[in-house]
Ligand binder design. Structure first.
Ligand SMILES: Nc1nc2c(ncn2[C@@H]2O[C@H](COP(=O)(O)OP(=O)(O)OP(=O)(O)O)[C@@H](O)[C@H]2O)c(=O)[nH]1
Length: 620
């Protein structure tokens, strides 16, 4: 069953949590304010209009600082908690959580001291509220915010801006649509000149959330009364006006007890010829009940939207926390674990690029399918196997004794010379794949969201990956060059055995004729052209082979290694690092740390608020 206590108590607790976490109205906060979503009652009025007196008579205790000039210089959030009839009255400040004040003179002193702590002993003001809770059987559950009194002139020792500063602070509270305005005006002044009504009218023109309170009824000139105001004829509000008779200065000086004062106030209204017909709706006790009931109904109406604000904020904050990353542990083991997790996250993305799922891996195949064959086609074999060159190479190989049947040495030299050309495309394929892999590392580092918060580690992983790729490239180059060298070191015997001499044996007359011609033409142009063409077909065959084996070597040495052991060496080095070096790797951007801290604080606040709401069972 929802009770007034539980609803107002709930808002009290959320307000306290807000203040602890630096979220209060008028504060400069980058986040949407939960405080602002909560209903509150702000006491507004000109200096000496009787604000403190009203507050004290609602509480039934003297506890507010008194003095001339500006006394209330910080907002005072006064939370009243009704306790069992038998329990002792005490007060507690949020900034002094373990101390219970039973002497209300000490409460007054602490308000003064705490004000001075924030503003110095100057007459400056501060928007940071002081939170005071009063637990008493004589109060109703209610939260009131006492604000500095509106003034028209700065007094000695105050900056000229004070008049405006106070108004700005008061306005920052009362302009919030959730703020109930307790507008205090003295009855011995023309209502048209009331500071409280003036500001209330500006921020709440319809008068929905303004409660007009008329103090000092007893000080009105004889023969006059405030019925025009109290009955709503002078200035109409949606809520009823409440008249009050507080203790006079003389009563205060005589230390007239609050309980006595309340009784006297009741008697005043009961016996007053002007107001006795309104007696049941006048006085500070009635005002307290009225406010409490109103606050309760406002809170009840606001709960669904507060709940949805809280849930929405929690979702937003959690997703922001996920984005920012959770805080890092301090011990070396946990740090190493975090680093390894981050490395793995990067590695996973890198592999996705290679295996598909993310783009880029296909460019490796592009190297094998386009670049390598194109480079092979462009090799200058025509020049190398031109008639002129063939003749020159063969002759040089023969020396003083020209070859008799076939130029074995000449063939070898021509073939070796041609095969040498394959080194270029082989190495170029290695380099091309290297650059594809390097680019994928760069992309993967950028795409690893988790790494964004650790610029140092990000750079180290990129460096380690690139260094590994360099090693794989060296190994790959050695392997492909070896493939080319292997082709030179042992020629395919079958190929030569199948050359035209063998064709002769087939008994083909045309071939036989050609063979005869070969003999006659042995050292002529045709002879060298045939040598060139034989070498060319041999080289063509080797080219086909290499077109297949170079990709195999490149994938084996670079792509496969990158997939399997890109960060292996880095892992080994990590294992040898000391705690300090590990935490250096997890060095975060300070702005990010700050943002996370703020987010975490907020999240804590909203979760606490959600728990508070959950803990109250609502009557639907
Ligand atoms: N007789 C009589 N005196 C009152 C009444 N209300 C306030 N006073 C006196 O008016 C003076 C000012 O009252 P406060 O309650 O201090 O007024 P305030 O608005 O809090 O003043 P500041 O804190 O200075 O802005 C005190 O001397 C009170 O005793 C009232 O209803 N009747």
């Amino acid at each position: 069953m929802t009770t007034m206590e539980s609803l107002i108590g709930l808002v009290n607790r959320i307000q306290r949590a807000c203040t602890v976490l630096g979220d209060y109205g008028g504060g400069d906060n980058a986040f949407s304010s939960l405080w602002e979503a909560l209903p509150s009652v702000a006491v507004v009025g000109g200096q000496s209009s009787g604000k403190s007196s009203v507050l004290e008579s609602i509480v039934g205790r003297d506890f507010l600082p008194r003095g001339s000039g500006i006394v209330t210089r910080r907002p005072l959030v006064l939370q009243l908690h009704k306790t069992d009839q038998s329990s002792q009255e005490y007060a507690e400040f949020l900034h002094l959580p373990k101390r219970r004040f039973t002497d209300f003179a000490m409460v007054r002193k602490e308000i003064q001291d705490e004000t001075d702590r924030m503003t110095g002993k100057t007459k400056q003001i501060s928007p940071v509220p002081i939170h005071l809770s009063i637990y008493s059987p004589h109060v109703v559950n209610l939260t009131l915010i006492d604000l500095p009194g509106l003034t028209k002139v700065a007094v000695e020792g105050q900056p000229e801006s004070i008049v405006q500063d106070i108004e700005t602070m008061v306005r920052s509270y009362v302009e919030k649509p959730n703020c109930i305005i307790l507008a205090i005006s003295p009855a011995n002044q023309d209502i048209a000149t009331s500071d409280a009504i003036k500001i209330a009218r500006e921020v709440d023109p319809s008068g929905d959330r303004t409660f007009g309170v008329l103090t000092k009824l007893d000080l009105m000139d004889k023969g006059t009364n405030a019925l025009d105001v109290l009955e709503g004829r002078s200035y109409r509000l949606q809520q009823p006006w409440v008249g009050i008779v507080n203790r006079s200065q003389a009563d205060i000086n005589k230390n007239v007890d609050m309980i006595v004062a309340r009784r006297k106030e009741r008697e005043y209204f009961a016996t007053s010829p002007d107001y006795s017909h309104l007696a049941s709706k006048m006085g500070s006790e009635y005002l307290a009940k009225l406010l409490s009931q109103h606050l309760e109904s406002v809170i009840r109406a606001r709960i669904p939207s507060i709940t949805s604000l809280i849930n929405k904020s929690i979702d937003e904050l959690e997703s922001e926390m996920d984005h920012l990353g959770r805080p890092i542990a301090l011990d070396a083991g946990a740090q190493l674990y975090t680093i390894l997790e981050l490395c793995r996250a990067f590695d996973r993305i890198f592999k996705e690029h290679l295996d598909g799922g993310r783009p880029g891996g296909d460019r490796v195949y592009g190297v094998f399918d386009n670049q390598l064959p194109a480079a092979l086609r462009k090799l200058p074999f025509d020049r190398h196997l031109s008639l002129q060159n063939v003749r020159r190479v063969v002759s040089e190989a023969d020396g003083y004794q020209p070859h008799l049947i076939a130029p074995e040495q000449g063939y070898r030299r021509l073939i070796e010379g041609a095969l040498n050309y394959f080194r270029g495309p082989a190495e170029a394929s290695v380099d091309a794949v290297h650059f594809v892999l390097k680019e994928l590392v760069r992309k993967s580092v950028g795409e690893t969201q988790e790494l964004k918060r650790f610029p140092t580690l990000q750079a180290e992983i990129a460096a380690a990956a690139n260094e590994a790729l360099e090693r794989f490239r060296d190994e790959s180059k050695k392997t492909v060059i070896r493939l080319v060298d292997m082709e030179s070191s042992y020629l395919t015997v079958d190929f030569f055995r199948r050359l035209p001499q063998e064709v002769d044996k087939g008994g083909n007359p045309a071939a036989a004729a050609a063979a005869t011609a070969t003999n006659t033409d042995r050292y002529g142009e045709g002879h060298f052209r045939r040598i060139g063409s034989n070498v060319s077909s041999y080289v063509g065959m080797v080219s086909e082979t290499l077109k297949n084996t170079i990709p195999k070597a490149v994938v084996y040495c670079q792509v496969r290694e990158a997939k399997q052991s890109l960060l292996n060496r880095f892992y080994t080095l990590l294992g040898k690092k000391e705690a300090k070096q590990l935490s250096q790797l997890l060095d975060e951007d300070p702005a990010l740390m700050e943002r996370r801290q703020q987010c975490a604080k907020r999240l804590e606040l909203y979760k606490a608020a959600r728990d508070e709401i959950d803990s109250v069972s609502w009557a639907r």
